[in-house]
Ligand binder design. Structure first.
Ligand SMILES: NC(=O)c1ccc[n+]([C@@H]2O[C@H](COP(=O)([O-])OP(=O)(O)OC[C@H]3O[C@@H](n4cnc5c(N)ncnc54)[C@H](OP(=O)(O)O)[C@@H]3O)[C@@H](O)[C@H]2O)c1
Length: 374
């Protein structure tokens, strides 16, 4: 029986798939957004090459992976009659990773996150009617905690419906959790809430650059409009994937939701920029928290400048992440420590190698093409 996984061509999904392939025996049924199987196979190779050479990929692909061409936003995920029935019969658990992380677009978040998750939940219900599903896991985000300031948010206090949210991404992900909770009453569920996922603590390579770019840019500024003691909750992708897979594969779990975060061990801005500047041999920025309101306004202005000025992309990115940088909020991770005795590697232990890799490649990953004749 297969594990049905959405989002396998994305950053975190590729980690989850790799870990399941290497450490477990289940066949994997992957929902891939592609026009045909050939395109799907190439998308999967692109995502998985961070983790394995081509020969190994093909060997796993042929022996353990079945691709379902589909789209979260389509009714029944776009799976036509017979194919949907085949999937419903074949799966015995689900890891729903896919989402739109487009914090600027209501439309993308509503369609992919809300409608998409509803479609995955309906599939889970159909499958559970035939044979009890072992588990439904939903990859959510610590952003569901909403607008906060200077807090260590405990896991049982993450959802507060009276609180505002920073963006449509956070709001829709919160409602996705609610749908899973309310509609899948008789299926064991786990909700995973990663904080800021940055790189891998075992190697410098990454294929996701947005937040790396944000931190590298900040560390190069002469002045930072933050308090040096504010903290940012950052975890590596290998920690997130280990927690998701190890907990998903358990017969019983201690809790229904888990923060995948650094919690009270999160580093301060001073520690983060120090490690990034020290290795560069430059002086770390000076912290002047009084400048925060001015800097926020400037970031908003620069994000709206015409494209030809060349700064709007970087500052649009800064604008959406800004609330998550200056809210000085971290997320307690007691549950994953209790369940797996697992803590994330501190960011300063791998930040330099990650930032060097990102800058050397100008914040791009040099993807290997599909080999000729393969
Ligand atoms: N990265 C972080 O820092 C972070 C932090 C907290 C939580 N999370 C959560 O982790 C999960 C994965 O994030 P990520 O960083 O891995 O994102 P990502 O790299 O952007 O991957 C998103 C995945 O979702 C798929 N997807 C999106 N819309 C789809 C649709 N309509 N139909 C089918 N598939 C669709 C994408 O497929 P395509 O390849 O076809 O686009 C891709 O495989 C999300 O649920 C996110 O909320 C991420």
């Amino acid at each position: 029986m297969s594990i049905f996984i959405t989002g396998s061509t994305g950053y975190i999904g590729s980690y989850v798939v790799e870990k399941l392939l290497r450490e477990h025996k289940n066949p994997l049924a992957l929902l891939v957004r592609a026009r045909n199987e050939d395109e799907a196979k190439k998308k999967l190779w692109k995502a998985l090459q961070l983790h394995m050479p081509f020969d190994e990929f093909i060997s796993f692909y042929e022996s353990r992976i079945k691709v379902y061409l589909g789209d979260l936003t389509k009714h029944d995920l776009g799976l036509l009659g017979g194919i949907k029935e085949q999937l419903v019969d074949d799966m015995n658990s689900i890891i729903h990773v896919a989402a739109s992380l487009n914090r600027k677009s209501d439309k993308a978040c509503f369609n992919n996150n809300l409608r998409g998750t509803l479609h995955v939940i309906k599939l889970a219900m159909a499958s559970n009617k035939r044979r009890k599903l072992k588990r439904f896991s939903e990859v959510s985000t610590a952003a569901v905690a909403g607008v906060r300031q200077d807090e260590l948010v405990l896991e049982n206090a993450m959802i507060d419906w009276d609180r505002s949210d920073y963006d449509p991404y956070a709001r829709t992900k919160k409602f996705c959790e609610y749908m899973a909770h309310e509609l899948l009453e008789d299926i064991p569920k786990t909700i995973f809430r990663p904080s800021i996922v940055l790189g891998d603590s075992r190697f410098p390579q990454t294929t996701q650059f947005d937040m790396v770019r944000a931190f590298v840019t900040l560390s190069k500024l002469p002045v930072l409009p933050f308090n040096k003691n504010w903290r940012a909750d950052i975890v590596p992708a290998n920690f997130v994937a280990k927690a998701i897979v190890d907990i998903h594969q358990k017969d019983r779990t201690l809790f229904e939701s888990y923060n995948l975060s650094a919690g009270s061990a999160s580093l301060t801005f001073e520690q983060i920029v120090e490690v990034l500047s020290e290795h560069r041999g430059s002086k770390p920025p000076v912290f002047i928290p009084m400048l925060d309101p001015l800097a926020s306004a400037l970031v908003r202005q620069l994000a709206n400048t015409p494209k030809w000025m060349g700064v709007s992309r970087l500052f649009s990115l800064m604008k959406v992440f800004w609330p998550y940088l200056n809210f000085n909020t971290v997320f307690d991770n007691s549950r994953v420590r209790q369940e797996l005795d697992l803590v994330p590697e501190p960011f300063d232990q791998y930040a330099y190698e990650l930032s060097k890799f990102a800058q050397d490649g100008q914040f791009n990953y040099a993807y290997k093409p599909w080999p000729d004749g393969a």
